[in-house]
Design a protein around this ligand. Structure first.
Ligand SMILES: NC(=O)c1ccc[n+]([C@@H]2O[C@H](COP(=O)([O-])OP(=O)(O)OC[C@H]3O[C@@H](n4cnc5c(N)ncnc54)[C@H](O)[C@@H]3O)[C@@H](O)[C@H]2O)c1
Length: 336
């Protein structure tokens, strides 16, 4: 029988890539997308799919998912939750929106999945573990120690998923990934934003000394890895799925500008409060069960990302919406 999938937040960066992977791997499947289309979501991200009859798009909030008549009583083969408020910088100013979507939204989706007996995969982040010290790597058993309101809301959502597993025996699992990069990311995030500025010859505002370390996983590599859990659902488990090594932000900027073939001036601006120095997760549990994460080299991935944005310059128009302009005016304009 054809599989039925529900993907929440599939008009965003990672969710749209995952929907495409799913589409190709399961050519008979029916995919339902629930997305409220915040500033970060765009139907254009699903351009190749959304006119197809086996994709149903519902413009709706995950907080209301249980009340959607079109979903009533459907048992999905898998529900994946990418829907979230995701920009750490924004979480400093709009905390309650993060709590609403990331925490209450996850709770609402958990209830829906219990009611319909659908397995649910919650997409989470390495940021829930907080900063790693030198030589420290976090396995799934590490304590949660989030620093930003974003990370705290994601950690809270994870706790709700874990509680539902324990309390109700719910068929649910959590995948925690590291920084993703690649096509279709909302251009307010570091890599596309720096591309946007560099193209205009503007300085690149690097937080603090720029030595914060992050592991960068190309979005297609994450989604290919994630696809492996569809037919072998890790019920009740947490799985880290991260890039193998981390790079200082300044090094990412150096490789990015090399891919852009331009010289860009770095402007060190005041660091973000509670900006974690390093995230480092251990993905061995995932790799032992599902095989190695097939990860492309950062320089190659950045070249592909740059090539995509160069052939889709209209993506930067998304920075011109009133919401995006007013966020930057209020919070970025006077950074020193
Ligand atoms: N991007 C990363 O580097 C990264 C790293 C680790 C984990 N994650 C996690 O992966 C998931 C996807 O991240 P992303 O970067 O693709 O996010 P994104 O911001 O690009 O997309 C989020 C999507 O969710 C939708 N959405 C937001 N609020 C909603 C609501 N209330 N109801 C329905 N839809 C809503 C938005 O419209 C958008 O389409 C998130 O849960 C995030 O925490 C992302």
């Amino acid at each position: 029988m054809a599989k039925r999938f529900l993907i929440c937040g599939a008009c965003g960066f990672i969710g749209s890539s995952f929907a495409k992977h799913l589409w190709l791997k399961y050519p008979d499947s029916e995919i339902t997308v629930v997305d409220v289309l915040t500033y970060a979501g765009s139907l254009d991200n699903l351009r190749e799919l959304h006119t197809e009859s086996r994709l149903q798009f519902l413009e709706a909030d995950i907080c209301d998912v249980g009340a959607l008549p079109k979903l009533e009583d459907i048992q999905f083969d898998l529900v994946v939750n990418f829907a979230a408020e995701t920009h750490v910088d924004r979480s400093l100013y709009y905390t309650s929106e993060f709590v609403r979507t990331n925490v209450l939204g996850t709770d609402s989706l958990l209830s829906f999945c219990r009611k319909t007996d659908s397995p649910m995969l919650q997409i989470s982040t390495d940021e829930v573990y907080g900063p790693a010290r030198e030589n420290e790597t976090f396995s799934e058993a590490a304590p949660l120690n989030p620093s930003s309101p974003y990370a705290a809301s994601k950690a809270s959502a994870d706790l709700l998923v874990l509680a539902a597993i324990k309390t109700f025996g719910q068929k649910a699992a959590i995948a925690r990934t590291s920084n993703n990069y690649g096509p279709r990311q909302f251009p307010e995030k570091l890599i596309p934003y720096f591309m946007y500025l560099a193209r205009q010859g503007k300085p690149l505002p690097v937080y603090g000394d720029g030595k914060q370390q992050r592991s960068w996983l190309y979005v297609d590599d994450f989604c290919s890895a994630l696809l492996r859990v569809v037919d072998d659902f890790p019920k009740g488990e947490i799985l880290n799925i991260g890039a193998a090594r981390e790079y200082a932000n300044l090094e990412v900027v150096r490789r990015l500008t090399a891919s852009l073939e331009c010289e860009a001036l770095v402007n060190h601006v005041a660091d973000r409060p509670a900006h974690d120095r390093c995230y480092r997760i251990d993905s061995r549990k995932f790799e032992q069960r599902y095989g190695a994460i097939d990860e492309r080299d950062l320089t190659d991935g950045l070249r592909q990302t740059v090539a995509w944005y160069q052939s889709h310059p209209e993506n930067f128009d998304r920075l011109r919406t009133q919401d995006a302009v007013s966020f930057r005016d209020k919070h970025y304009r006077n950074r020193t």
